[in-house]
Design a protein around this ligand. Structure first.
Ligand code: SAH
Length: 347
């Protein structure tokens, strides 16, 4: 196994079977070795800086019915909301004052958010806060739409691929959704010029070491700017309510591997990681992550954007979240910086 890790460190690449072997033979000792190497690599490029992204959950209205997701269209118990452009702008304003220089507009696939609405919102954000980056995370749209939003000022787009295995994708999604379309969207986003984020849940139903190996290979070949991974956590109003949550330790292990695959990758220690472990995000940073994404949504809607049960930070004000994360990062010798936090090319 040590040979595989050294090879990965040297070549930033392994074969599918090698990735699978590395996953299947995970031990606490190997996890520690990987984490040390990942930390050193991340340190070389990003130092002790942690980038923050202000997450604004713009709508929990969604036309899709993903089997794992709490805001799926088939959940009648979900109390639906969408923010107005004015509400979104006030979140940005508050966030700017708290040191955020990236705003992530995330939501369900809500047809209300037309190209026209989003383009005018993007122009407004970019004119009021020209030193900020805007990331969109609004699911699958047409290439034309992605192009129009890019032209209106969007810098980045987060669209987790969810799994790089077609059969596994079909197990997680209803028949109307397609693996090919998701992959086409990611390709289009990259061609248009976005800094693109992909990603996947760890421990989603049906996931195996072989499907995870494909996820790692996909990241290696697609070369995204960002990759969001976090444990699957069941939601009680979904068909997966009885499924176990994904493994915390495996998530950390994969974070370290991803760091070695792509040293300059923007890698968040996600809210899901902080949900299944009290110091999950700190451990994520220590395993090689370099981004955290605190919630900037109005407190009144936070509980409603319930992708999974027991999500953290749904009662706090944005300022409290920022201070709490400051303390958490300082407790492990890192610091949150006020910066756009673009991907850095290797020095
Ligand atoms: N509609 C947008 C945003 C999705 S929400 C899109 O399609 O991209 C962001 C991410 O939350 C999803 O990509 C998914 O990977 C994750 N997620 C959804 N349900 C989850 C669950 N039950 N446990 C953990 N993560 C979940």
């Amino acid at each position: 196994m040590i040979n595989l890790i050294e090879k990965l460190e040297r070549k930033h690449s392994l074969s599918l079977t090698e990735y699978q072997t590395l996953i299947e033979n995970r031990t606490p000792q190997l996890a520690e070795i990987l984490a040390k190497k990942a930390e050193a690599v991340r340190q070389r490029i990003y130092g002790k800086d942690v980038y923050i992204r202000g997450l604004i959950e713009v709508s929990n209205i969604c036309k899709n019915n993903c089997l794992y997701c709490g805001i799926r269209s088939g959940n009648p118990g979900c109390s639906r909301y969408r923010l107005t452009p004015e509400e979104i702008l006030s979140c940005c304003e508050e966030g700017y004052g708290l040191g955020f220089r990236t705003f992530v507009l995330q939501g369900g696939e809500d047809p209300h958010f037309t190209d026209e609405l989003l383009a005018s919102l993007l122009k407004e954000i970019k004119s009021r806060w020209p030193d900020c980056a805007v990331t969109l995370s609004l699911g699958e749209r047409s290439r034309e739409s992605y192009q129009l939003l890019f032209d209106a000022g969007a810098d980045r787009y987060l669209l987790r691929h969810e799994t790089a295995d077609k059969a596994h994708y079909e197990r997680l999604h209803p028949a109307e959704m397609s693996f090919e379309n998701r992959m086409e969207c990611l390709k289009a986003l990259k061609e248009i010029g976005y800094q693109v984020g992909c990603g996947f849940m760890v421990g989603s139903p049906g996931q195996t070491a072989a499907t995870l190996a494909k996820d790692l290979k996909f990241v290696e070949t697609f070369q995204p700017a960002m990759c969001g991974i976090g444990p699957f956590i069941p939601h009680d109003a979904t068909p997966f309510k009885e499924e176990p949550a994904g493994s915390f330790e495996l998530t950390l292990y994969l974070l370290s591997i991803l760091r070695l695959i792509k040293p300059d990758l923007l890698l968040p220690a996600t809210t899901a990681l902080g949900t299944i472990h009290p110091i999950g995000r700190e451990k994520g940073i220590l395993a090689g992550a370099n981004v955290v994404m605190p919630n900037l949504s109005p407190v009144s809607v936070r509980k409603k954007y319930e992708l999974y049960n027991n999500k953290i930070c749904t009662g706090e004000e944005s300022a409290q979240c920022r201070q709490c994360l400051n303390r958490r990062m300082e407790s492990i010798g890192y610091r949150i910086v006020t910066a756009r936090g673009d991907i850095k090319s290797e020095v």
